[in-house]
Design a binder for this molecule. Structure first.
Ligand SMILES: Cc1ncc(COP(=O)(O)O)c(C=O)c1O
Length: 367
């Protein structure tokens, strides 16, 4: 049995006609740049998150970068961000000229270790970027409490956690501003690159809106640096159709995670964090750990099971961040897990049989 890591085509099966109509609608209206579907998606996604504003942009990295620009965070400023994350979280900070100050991993959640954040705060710190990695919200009460005690902004990197909740509130509404990615394989993905900024702050909304469209608050007058980070209308049209499926897709992911966890119970691998009562996990990724990761990976690949590693190197060991000056050994938890982690196939159309085959193949390897 071949099991795909993701299957974007199968996932769209039930909505293919709606998607075609949405795309044809844009082709007919030819409102390709900042067309009606962009406005509608912004309204619908803000409402989905329970927030006031959303601004569509060209990808998740831009979303994070423009939030930082909206807050005038730049050279001389520091932003605290976990080292165990996709590189884009830290890249956004360095692209605006600020310094990413990295923090180690909480093994309980694989998110930032809140107990290590306060000691990293300096007079230069402007924000904490909390990443809801793999689909599980970070410890947001503690993040917000620290931020408010020190006058810092809270930025959510919600690229992997569309629809996840923390104490009943959805991601996108847990900090001052949130950046989402709509990379195709995300829980909500476009038919190409796309992203969105979500906030309750009218000034962030206005500044991100201006930054994404050549620095214009009003047409023809370029008040801010004239970047182009617009979201394509075609992508917005596709996203509006898929947004209607998001809750159902997340439920399917939760069911598959449960199947994995049941079938892998007692196997000699570390399962993902348990379900916490105060937050929901939307299982962008189902990540197990084993000290024999590369052996297991080769075994599963040979069985035609799609797997992934998120991520092979923490940010502080990525060559592009060498200038930050972190030596190996700086972040023991992140360095312990990165050679051990393995992401199993996870997508809403994965069947129970496929999940069972994956679990059985893992058990067979260790027998
Ligand atoms: C945690 C995280 N942050 C940021 C990004 C950047 O998003 P994008 O690839 O849309 O630029 C991604 C996704 O790739 C991500 O997983």
């Amino acid at each position: 049995m071949k099991v795909s890591f993701v299957d974007l085509s199968k996932q769209d099966h039930a909505i293919r006609q709606q998607l075609q109509q949405a795309v044809l609608g844009v082709l007919e209206r030819a409102d390709y740049i900042l067309g009606g579907d962009v406005d509608e998606l912004e309204r619908e996604f803000a409402a989905y998150c329970g927030a006031k504003y959303a601004v569509g942009v060209d990808n998740g990295l831009s979303a994070l970068q423009l939030i930082l620009r909206a807050y005038d965070i730049g050279p001389g400023d520091e932003v605290i961000v976990p080292t165990h994350t996709y590189v884009a979280s830290a890249t956004a900070i360095s692209l605006v000229g600020a310094t990413p100050v990295l923090v180690d991993t909480d093994m309980r959640t694989y998110n930032l270790d809140i107990n290590q954040v306060e000691s990293l705060i300096t007079p230069k710190t402007r924000a904490i970027m909390a990443v809801h990695l793999y689909g599980l919200p970070a410890d947001m009460d503690e993040v917000r409490a620290l931020a408010s005690a020190h006058g810092l902004r809270v930025i959510e990197d919600a690229a992997q956690a569309h629809g996840a909740t923390y104490k009943g509130t959805r991601t996108g509404n847990l900090g001052d501003a949130a950046g989402f990615s709509f990379y195709p394989a995300k829980n909500l993905g476009a038919a190409g690159d796309a992203g969105i900024v979500v906030t309750n702050d009218p000034e962030v909304d206005a500044r991100v809106r201006a930054f994404r469209n050549c620095g214009q608050y009003v047409k023809g007058r370029h008040d801010l640096t004239p970047y182009n980070h617009r979201l394509d209308t075609l992508q917005a049209a596709v996203l509006r159709v898929r947004l209607q499926q998001l809750d159902q897709w997340n439920l399917a992911r939760q069911r598959i995670a449960q199947v994995y966890s049941e079938l892998l119970a007692g196997a000699p691998v570390e399962l993902p964090p348990p379900t916490y009562e105060d937050r929901t996990h939307v299982w962008h990724l189902y990540v197990i750990r084993t000290s024999d990761r590369d052996g297991l990976k080769a075994h599963l690949s040979q069985k035609q099971i799609g797997i992934g590693i998120h991520y092979p190197l923490p940010v502080h060991l990525q060559p592009t961040f060498a200038e930050l000056g972190y030596a190996p050994g700086s972040f023991p938890a992140a360095e312990q897990i990165s050679p051990q982690i393995l992401s199993l196939p996870m997508h809403p159309s994965l069947t129970d049989d496929e999940a069972a085959f994956v679990a059985e193949s893992i058990r067979a390897y260790f027998r």
